[in-house]
Design a protein around this ligand. Structure first.
Ligand code: NAD
Length: 467
């Protein structure tokens, strides 16, 4: 396997691991397999860089704006590499790059507010905000750039430095992003490390790290929380979801079917807050299944670099095996595939877009997170039954309610136990909103000013009140 020229020039002779193109199943590049003992030097440099970076908020703002510009300039290279290693259609990679730049620009201009408390006593308390120190950002493979930026943009804006570890399935675009940002940020303010486990575990428990911000599965999130408890670093966990879409009895199926389909199947269903279960009134159930199945059967599935593709491959072989397993189990439990239900023949990690009906409510495809192009549609008889079912898993990331009477739908949305509930759409987020899951879906708050404060600590100065 050829070693990229840039890395050879850097004299990087470390062990390496292969990166696979999910559209072919073939390795096409490789990256350094950094070892945990390298982290001491990395974190030490991040700590030294922190002192300069935290000192000058005006320079930080300028640097982060420059970082957003640099991401846009490198947009073509970033997007193509992202599609190659992640699998998503090129248009979605461009959108991800654009959101990465937008996130940097949003946080570049956000600053914490100093507040004074006057409570009748003869003292004045002033609350200032201070950065925490080096932050470890650990991200998954479904949105490598966008989720990385959701972590490093607020952390850097708050005056921290960051050590960023991408998933071993998608390290390439993140490495390129790191070198793009290195042209505008001071040295060691943002460092990308690549490697297989236990690199992430060691990073999460490193004594020099003051905040571990993690996005990934619930089980790894628990391990990260445990690892970070050694140094008592702050922990922010954005974990899995099993979002329900509840369709009301006045829903116009034709009108919402496209939106609902893409809310479930975008990025091949590999979205933490994708619709992962649909609850339809029994009277409309067959119509909903038919509308979704018809779209699943006709959507263009293929390599992300092919301009006709709307749905790419699953990102990696273990995830494909999980999706296949959970689908087979549902079919064995009595479910019926109204569309798909199987892998696609040929190279690459393709799974036929699948709509399941007659699914037993206790089947793992309903109770767990399938994280792939497989959607169970379940009938309900009373609204209370639907809301109870929607709230009835261990997850609580998002949820949505769909109907023609938007006010009524909003009232039902208010009954969902999750971090964000939508009416007549799903998974649309503003940069300015808080993002947080409940139950197993997460700890801490990201997004908007809350994301900034999540990377800061209060520092209070008391002094006598002037007469
Ligand atoms: P994962 O938990 O397997 O891995 C996430 C990251 O953690 C990767 O970088 C991985 O290398 C690293 N890692 C693995 N073991 C570790 C350990 N012991 N200590 C520290 N780091 C470790 O998740 P994944 O399969 O890459 O991603 C899919 C999951 O991510 C899904 O559950 C999905 O719902 C979730 N997710 C959540 C959000 C959110 O915002 N809530 C967003 C996207 C994805």
């Amino acid at each position: 396997m050829p070693i990229p020229e840039s890395d050879r020039l850097a004299g990087d002779l470390a062990a390496r691991f292969a990166v696979v193109d999910p559209a072919t199943g073939e390795a096409f590049d490789e990256v350094p397999d950094q070892q945990p003992d390298e982290l001491d030097a990395v974190v030490d440099r991040a700590h030294r860089a922190w002192h300069g970076w935290r000192a000058d908020p005006v320079a930080r703002t300028a640097a982060l704006r420059g970082a957003a510009d640099a991401v846009e300039v490198a947009g073509d290279d970033l997007a193509r590499l992202l599609t190659r290693e992640q699998g998503k259609p090129l248009a979605e990679s461009y959108a991800e790059v654009a959101r990465t730049a937008a996130r940097l620009r949003y946080f570049a201009d956000l600053a914490p507010r100093t507040r004074r408390i006057v409570d009748g006593r003869p003292v004045r308390s002033e609350i200032r905000w201070r950065p925490l120190g080096p932050v470890a950002a650990i991200v998954p493979w479904n949105f490598p750039l966008q989720l990385a930026a959701a972590k490093f943009a607020p952390a850097l804006a708050a005056g921290n430095t960051v050590v960023l570890k991408p998933s071993p399935f998608t390290p390439l675009a993140t490495r390129l992003l790191g070198s793009v940002l290195a042209t505008v940020l001071p040295e060691d303010v943002l460092t990308v490390v690549t490697g297989r486990e236990p690199l992430g575990a060691r990073l999460a428990s490193h004594p020099g790290i003051r905040h571990v911000t993690f996005t990934g599965s619930v089980s790894t999130g628990r391990a990260v929380a445990e690892a970070a408890s050694v140094s008592l670093a702050r922990v922010t966990l954005e974990l899995g979801g099993n979002d329900a879409a509840v369709l009301l009895d006045d829903v116009d199926v034709d009108r919402i079917a496209d939106r609902l389909f893409w809310a479930a199947f975008r990025n091949c269903g590999q979205v933490c807050m994708a619709v992962k279960r649909v609850y339809a009134p029994a009277r409309l159930h067959a119509e909903v299944v038919e509308a979704l199945a018809q779209r699943a059967k006709t959507v263009a599935v293929g390599a992300g670099l092919d301009p006709d593709t709307r749905l790419g491959p699953v990102n990696n072989a273990p995830q494909l095996a999980r999706i296949e397993h959970v689908t087979r189990q549902a079919l064995a439990d009595g479910a019926r595939a109204a569309a798909g239900g199987h892998r696609l023949d040929g190279p690459g990690y393709f799974f036929a877009p699948t709509v399941l009906t007659d699914v037993p409510p206790g089947s793992p495809v309903v109770t767990g997170e399938q994280f792939g192009p497989v959607l169970p549609v379940l009938p309900y008889r009373s609204l209370d039954e639907a809301v109870d079912a929607a709230n009835g898993t261990g997850f609580g990331l998002g949820g949505s309610v769909w109907g023609t009477d938007v006010d009524r739908a909003e009232v039902v949305a208010g009954r969902l136990e999750c971090g964000t509930a939508w009416v007549n759409h799903h998974a649309e987020l503003s940069l300015a909103q808080p993002f947080a899951g409940v139950k197993d879906s997460g700890v801490g708050v990201a997004g908007g000013p809350w994301g900034l404060y999540g990377n800061l600590r209060p520092f209070v100065v008391h002094r006598p009140q002037e007469a």
